[in-house]
Design a binder for this molecule. Structure first.
Ligand code: ATP
Ligand code: MG
Length: 565
């Protein structure tokens, strides 16, 4: 192991709680048995296909792949699974790396591409042909489909017994570019009668004249995932190739490849259930569709379940990893509530985010007995856990409060401002509402109150009970901002289910943009992505769309926890 590698492993964050799921147990058994893994350290990989950005489901896979390697003191690779030239792009390669680093994982120098193994993979295909275990087939996809057989009858191919020499010659000419797309395929010669469709002589190479994002026009034949993946794993000496459950039926093929070509090691595939989350879709194809149809504004639109979006919305690496660790690893499909993800974020921000005051739907409150031109300063805590971490806010005659913190005619149990009622202006004074001004249409345009100078700091006079506390900002120095509120993207719990047309269930109100919001001046210093708790309103962070003139804040999550255990 290189010094660099060692350092990466030693500084890697180990999970607070060691997991002991079925994968961990299987690995322990493997290690105890020796044999295949004799003298090797646990070595995993995460193999994203760079055809889109990572979503929260990928994070589950990452936490399993990398978390388990860390738990065993092992190592992990990052491998771009780029065997399909038409859908993959360099921009996604960079975005994926950036997202994984942001989560806090470091693959050191163990960064690979499936496309870097095209030559070896090709040689292994030649090896199979030479062993009589692969042949060049001339069936078109439609013909292959017709001849795939049924449960009880085997598939057929008239080319199965093509002489080795002929297949070798054709395969080499396929590589040389002599044939158009689809003219030939290379198929593994396994078992046309297998009860597992993947074993009925699967295609392992196809002709595709397409420019690859890394290898350019060097290749016009490309290996299929089921052939390339075990080979990539073996070349990298991966001990355990962890993947989601849809690959379970492909495992016999994975093992067949490992057993029939002379790869340098014998990795083992173990599957776990994919993560599903309610009210969203987790498939790059569907997510791309949301972008292409203009329903969202991009991969990092804060309503998306992608890592880029969650990050922009104000999610922290700790909250996301914590979520993935707590949902556990199992074989049964698991759909987790989006509200649990929010719960994990809220927990993290509650202990780390600084507090601030902001008014989203402002109306002016005039303290009529406060001298004009006067101003005073209050020292307030940035965080309830740290009394030494404070900032100053100013108070003067004109403030902004939320429109709904005033009602001229209060509804039952309303404890905020209405004529005659006393409320606490958070951290400042107790005020008594005296009335309001309305425009010609009867809309309230200004609220009036009188303060009691003896209540500085917000303590009510002896014997008086003040029920309502509201937040405010000083009109004299507050800053203006745009604030974006998000709701779930879909109106149904299971838009991802196969029986749904997910595009038919879009929530038309998933985004609310509020202009003219007022923030306390300290928020001018906020950094993009840094979490704040806006009193009574939720957790927010500054968005990258902010300009010098107009800061933009995203609501990461509301304060109220709708997640019930
Ligand atoms: P998508 O349908 O979103 O494109 P994918 O499986 O094709 O998903 P890949 O980039 O090939 O995407 O996935 C990389 C790894 O992430 C794979 O090992 C896959 O098993 C895993 N993975 C993808 N989606 C999920 C999910 N929802 N839950 C858990 N693991 C997932
Ligand atoms: Mg895939």
């Amino acid at each position: 192991m290189s010094e660099e590698t060692r350092e990466v492993i030693e500084t890697a964050e180990t999970p607070a709680v060691e997991s002991n799921n079925f994968i961990v147990q299987a690995i322990k058994e493997d290690l105890a048995e020796g044999g295949r893994c004799e003298g090797m350290q646990v070595h995993t990989r995460f193999p994203p296909e760079p055809n889109g950005c990572l979503h929260i489901g990928h994070v589950k896979a990452l936490v399993i792949d990398y978390g388990i390697a860390e738990q065993f003191g092992g190592i992990y690779n990052l491998r771009m699974d780029d065997t399909n030239p038409t859908k993959e792009r360099e921009e996604f390669v960079e975005a994926i790396k950036d997202d994984i680093r942001w989560l806090g994982y470091d693959w050191g120098d163990r960064y690979h591409f499936a496309s870097a193994y095209f030559e070896e993979t090709y040689q292994y295909a030649i090896e199979l042909i030479n062993k009589g275990l692969a042949y060049v087939c001339e069936l078109t996809p439609d013909q292959m489909h017709e001849m795939r057989g049924t449960h009880d009858t085997p598939a057929t191919s008239p080319w199965r017994d093509r002489p080795i020499e002929e297949s070798l010659d054709l395969f080499k000419r396929m590589r040389a570019g002599e044939f158009e797309d689809g003219k030939y395929t290379l198929r593994a010669k396994i078992d046309l009668a297998s009860g597992n469709w993947n074993m009925r002589d699967p295609v392992i190479y196809r002709i595709k004249h397409a420019t690859h994002h890394r290898t350019g026009d060097e290749w016009c034949i490309y290996p299929m995932y089921d052939f390339a993946h075990p080979i990539g794993d073996a070349i990298e000496h991966i001990t355990h190739s962890l993947c989601s459950l849809e690959y379970e039926d492909h495992r016999p093929l994975y093992d067949w490849v490992i057993n029939n070509v002379s790869v340098p090691s014998r990795p083992r595939q173990i599957e776990f259930a994919r993560l599903g989350i309610d009210y969203t879709v987790l498939s790059k194809r569907k997510l791309r569709n949301l972008i292409e149809t203009g329903i969202v504004n991009g991969w990092d639109d804060p309503r998306m379940p992608t890592l880029a979006a969650l990050r922009r919305r104000g999610y922290t690496p700790a909250s996301i990893k914590n979520f993935c660790e707590r949902i556990g690893v199992a074989k049964n499909p698991n759909v987790v509530h989006w509200s649990f993800l929010e719960h994990c974020l809220r927990e993290d921000l509650n202990s780390h985010a600084a507090r601030a005051m902001a008014v989203l739907r402002p109306i002016k409150l005039v303290i009529t007995n406060y001298p004009e031109g006067q101003s005073e300063t209050f020292t307030v805590e940035n965080h309830p856990d740290d009394p030494n971490d404070t900032r100053e806010v100013t108070f003067s005659r004109e403030l902004y409060i939320e429109q709904d913190d005033f009602m001229e005619e209060p509804i039952k149990k309303y404890q905020r401002l209405y004529p005659g009622n006393m409320v606490r202006l958070k951290g400042a004074y107790i005020v008594t509402c005296t009335g309001c001004k309305k425009d010609e249409e009867g809309n309230v345009v200004e609220v009036y109150a009188e303060y009691d100078p003896a209540t500085r700091g917000g303590n009510p006079p002896e014997g008086v009970k003040v029920r309502g506390t509201i937040h405010w900002v000083d009109a004299a120095n507050c800053i203006e901002a745009e604030v974006r509120l998000f709701d779930r993207l879909f109106t149904v719990e299971d838009p991802d289910s196969a029986s749904r047309d997910y595009l038919q269930h879009i929530n038309p109100n998933s985004l609310t943009v509020l202009k003219g919001c007022r923030l306390e001046p300290s928020l001018a210093e906020a950094k993009i992505g840094e979490g704040y708790q806006f009193l009574r309103l939720g957790y927010f962070c500054k968005d990258k769309d902010s300009t010098a003139e107009m800061p933009v804040f995203n609501r990461s999550v509301e304060l109220k926890d709708s997640f019930s255990k």
